[in-house]
Design a binder for this molecule. Structure first.
Ligand code: NAP
Length: 278
């Protein structure tokens, strides 16, 4: 299937790979930049609707938990109101959400697990999900921590570790060794979105989970990436200090539903995906 797709947040970590994957598959992609359309402004949506997309993929969000604590009207418009406003356009919509809707105490999480967010970001994403999850033309795809090609390694909470190692010039870098994460390659998520495109809002609705397969702490991620960027793994120092803004311990997302419907894209092994990113 191909057609017209509107990708919001198309300059971002996930959006950029989504734009690329759909374009390569022959879709006509519209992906307005933030400067072209401020999606916190309801008036911007009318202009987007004029593109008459067959599918919308919503990758626009503020996803840095520290920045989400100040719940400004513009932030809430983006993280909470935007998905419902996009859904009101009546076009099949895939809305990207997060494992942070869970508190991390009861992994692995199935798609129907109860939301219990620990911080403002998680509460905002949970509220957005609640507003659209019952709509038959909306599919919510939850993903965990992402990494992949980007302008700056600091754009991902995974590859920022590589930036920190290089910047430290051989000195020690403390890395969280508490929280369990399954780093997920944006190119895999983009392929998953392509696989979902013909079905989303056309028989497949509700919530699906996509995730990398390997559980690890940031410290273990650092040990894997250090040799790939010419750094000494001994620079990586495990840090077991709890974060200032609470974050879940282990939000492993079960991908059972995607497997059951026969649409699950196998994730690229972490080391191979990193090698293609750094
Ligand atoms: N990154 C992760 O580890 C992670 C983990 C779990 C879930 N997610 C979810 O995945 C989705 C994509 O995240 P991401 O990592 O790709 O985020 P990102 O790299 O920060 O990209 C966000 C995108 O949204 C755009 N944007 C922000 N505010 C906007 C506004 N007011 N109007 C129009 N565009 C705006 C940004 O454009 P500008 O940069 O020009 O502002 C950028 O293109 C989000 O729903 C996020 O919650 C991400």
């Amino acid at each position: 299937m191909s057609g017209r797709v509107l990708v919001t947040g198309g300059s971002g970590l996930l959006g950029s790979q989504t734009v690329r994957a759909f374009a390569e598959a022959g879709w006509a992609v519209t992906a307005p930049t933030h400067a072209e359309a401020d999606l916190a402004d309801p008036a911007a949506l009318a202009a987007l609707a004029a593109a008459r997309p067959d599918l919308i993929v919503n990758c626009a969000a503020q996803r840095r938990p520290d920045r989400c604590e100040a719940e400004t009207p513009a932030l809430l418009a983006l993280n909470v109101a935007l998905p419902a406003r996009l859904a009101r356009l009546g076009v099949p919509l895939i809305h990207i959400s997060t494992d942070y809707v869970f508190d991390g105490t009861a992994a692995p999480y199935e798609t129907d697990a109860r939301r219990r967010p620990l911080n403002a970001y998680g509460r905002q994403k949970a509220a957005a999900e609640e507003a659209v999850e019952a709509l038959p033309h909306v599919l919510i795809l939850r993903v965990p921590i992402l990494f992949g090609p980007c302008r700056d390694w600091r754009d991902s909470a995974v590859t920022v570790l590589a930036a920190n190692l290089v910047a430290a010039k051989g000195a020690a870098v403390r890395m969280d060794d508490l929280a369990i994460r399954r780093p997920t390659f944006t190119r895999d998520v983009a392929r998953q979105l392509l696989a979902l495109a013909p079905h989303a809002g056309r028989g497949l609705a509700g919530i699906c989970h996509y995730s990398g397969a390997e559980p690890m702490t940031k410290f273990l991620m650092g040990l894997t990436m250090a040799p790939l960027i010419g750094c000494d793994p001994a620079q990586c120092v495990p840090d077991r200090t709890p974060p200032a803004v609470p974050r879940p311990y282990d939000c492993t997302l079960s991908t059972r539903r995607l497997a059951q419907v026969g649409l699950l894209i196998p994730p690229t092994p972490f080391a191979a995906a990193l090698a293609g990113t750094l």
